[in-house]
Structures are given as C-alpha cells and as structure tokens.
Design a protein around this ligand. Structure first.
Ligand code: CP
Length: 323
C-alpha cells in the first residue's frame, strides 16, 4: 500500500480523503457510482438541493486553470447545501511568497471542513492531507501528472450509464498517456472494476516506460488498437507538461492518432467516444466526431456533478459531525 492509499481512510476504514484511485477496492468504487446514481436525478429537478452538507464550508483551491472540474465541484457543493469559497490564487497572498502550508493553515483557521485542491505539482493534495487538522477532508482535483481521481470516477459513471457491465468491455485510451494524470487514474479504475481489456494507443514518445506494467495492452496504430473496442477515450496533448520535441507536427499527429469518422469505423458499431476536456479540435479529435452521435463528452461533464456530490458527501461523513 502506498502512503496515498493509507492516508485516505480513517482508523475505522472510512474514506476521508480522496487522493488517488490506486489501491481502492472494487466495492468502494461501486459504492461511489451507486451514491452518484442517487444524486444524478437531482440535476433534473426544479429544486436541486440536498441538506447533507448544510453548515459545512468548502474551499476550492485551484493553483492551475480549470473550467469543468472547478465549476462542477462548486455546483456539487452548492447542491449539497455547503458554503463554498472559490479562492482566486492569482490574487491571493501566494503571489507574495506565502508557502502552500501557510496558506492552508490560515484557511484552516477560518474553520474549513474540506479543501478541493488542484496543483501542478504531483503529490500536492497528499501533502496537504498530511498536514491538515484531523477533521478536514482533502479531495484531489488533479495533481501534476499523478492523478485525477474524481475525473476517472465520472468517466466510470459515464461508461456504466451507457455500457452497464464493465466485465464485457474493451476500452481504448488514445493520445498523450505519458503526461496524463487522467489516463493514470482511468487505467486504475478500469482495472479495479474488471474490464476485459484496456488498450492504450499512442506514439512511443507519449507512452511511459514499461506501459504494460500499468495493466494495459499497448498499440502504436489506431486500426489495430481500436479494433473491437466499446469505449474510446481521447486525450489532449498536454503541451504544458512536455519538455523537448516529442512529436513531429500537430498535423502529422492528427493524421496518425486524431479520431476522425474514418478511424471511428475501426471500433464497434455502438462504441461511445469520450474526452475529459478541454478538447483540441483538429488535433486529437475531428469536430464531426466530438459533436457526433457517438460522442458522450458533454454527458461526462453533466455526470461530474453527481459523482462529485457522492465523493464529497462520503468523505464528509467519515470526518463526522464536528459541531
Ligand atoms: N477534465 C478537466 O480536468 O477539465 P478542467 O481542466 O477544465 O477542469
């Protein structure tokens, strides 16, 4: 068990922080999906509120840009009746040299119940979880190249909604696997939930060393990798994390690995197309595919609210009533 996994639970075995998928049990992932299912219908109701986190204060602490994750965490917390504060890091005292821990301790002094953290450094959320008071939960909203566990869970929720039985599924993840925290968390979740196979499709330069040890089959060719798959997950080129030239040109990349309607034909007829976003049209995916009948990309965004409501309510239950 890694230190991430150990720190996530209370001594009674309840999920207190959500930092990584690695090492979590199939039954816990299934419980998260089922709790999320119970919240999913709320978004369609006129009154979109549950009183579960009434009186609790949550801070969204995003040191990196975000559209989907930050907004859906904000909506999830609001729908659970929590008070939410979105910290604007660009105008916070971190720009005056305050350390991460000093920022955290100052916010803690305001009687916070949960931090939702995105940071460019791998391990940042874990570091914060190690240093906060025992009654505070920390949720990892993406740390460096390491993990994006709530994204992986909303992706699992989307797959389950459209495909039902994980054990019969072949899932392809295409693109910049090397720099992708999303891919890492997705691969872990898919293997824990027991899919038939995970294919990763990428040029050698965008694959981690010994990629097979992650529990995947590696393909360098879209035709071979997409053959017979039920789910295709496209990834963006994470240029902000690339050092040096890993690709010839974007147009060359698109020619080989961009998902076009022609390449989509290699997968099963009823395959769905996913992407965690942000998408780069004409780089990793054609507009006709992103906006096409098989795309569930915007469904992923919608389901993110219910899944984040589930994870927030479950972790908050573990830290208990602290009045
Ligand atoms: N999928 C994802 O993490 O998107 P954002 O960067 O917009 O949060």
């Amino acid at each position: 068990m890694t230190s991430d996994q150990g720190i996530q639970f209370t001594p009674e075995g309840k999920l207190k922080h959500f930092l990584t998928i690695e090492g979590l049990s199939k039954s816990l992932l299934t419980e998260i999906l089922e709790v999320a299912e119970s919240f999913a219908s709320v978004s369609e109701q006129q009154v979109k509120k549950f009183p579960l986190l009434r009186g609790k204060t949550i801070i969204n602490l995003f040191f990196e840009n975000s559209t989907r994750t930050r907004t859906t965490f904000d909506l999830a917390a609001t729908r659970l009746s929590a008070d939410v504060l979105n910290m604007d890091i660009s105008t916070s005292a971190t720009s005056k040299g305050e350390t991460l821990l000093d920022t955290i301790h100052n916010l803690e002094a305001m009687h916070i119940d949960m931090f939702v953290v995105r940071h460019a450094v791998s391990g940042a959320a874990h570091f914060i979880a190690q240093h906060v008071a025992p009654n505070i939960s920390v949720i990892n909203a993406g740390d460096g190249q390491h993990a994006h566990p709530t994204q992986a869970m909303l992706d699992m929720f989307t797959i389950r909604r459209f495909k039902k039985d994980f054990s019969q599924l072949k899932v392809a993840i295409v693109g910049d696997i090397l720099h992708s925290r999303v891919a890492r968390s997705q691969i872990q979740a898919l293997n824990i939930l027991g899919v038939l196979a995970v294919h990763v499709i990428a040029p050698k330069t965008l694959l981690p060393a010994q990629a097979e040890s992650l529990g995947v089959k590696v393909f360098y060719d879209m035709k071979q990798g997409l053959e017979g798959v039920d789910v295709i997950i496209m990834l963006r080129l994470q240029k902000e994390r690339m050092t040096g030239a890993l690709l010839p040109t974007e147009s060359e990349y698109y020619k080989c690995y961009g998902l076009t309607e022609e390449k989509l034909e290699f997968a099963k007829q009823d395959a769905i197309v996913m992407h965690p976003g942000p998408i780069n049209r004409g780089v990793e995916i054609a507009s006709e595919v992103a906006d096409g009948m098989k795309s569930v990309i915007l469904k992923q965004v919608s389901y993110g609210i219910a899944v984040r409501m589930a994870i927030m309510s479950m972790t908050m239950q573990a830290t208990g009533n602290r009045e």
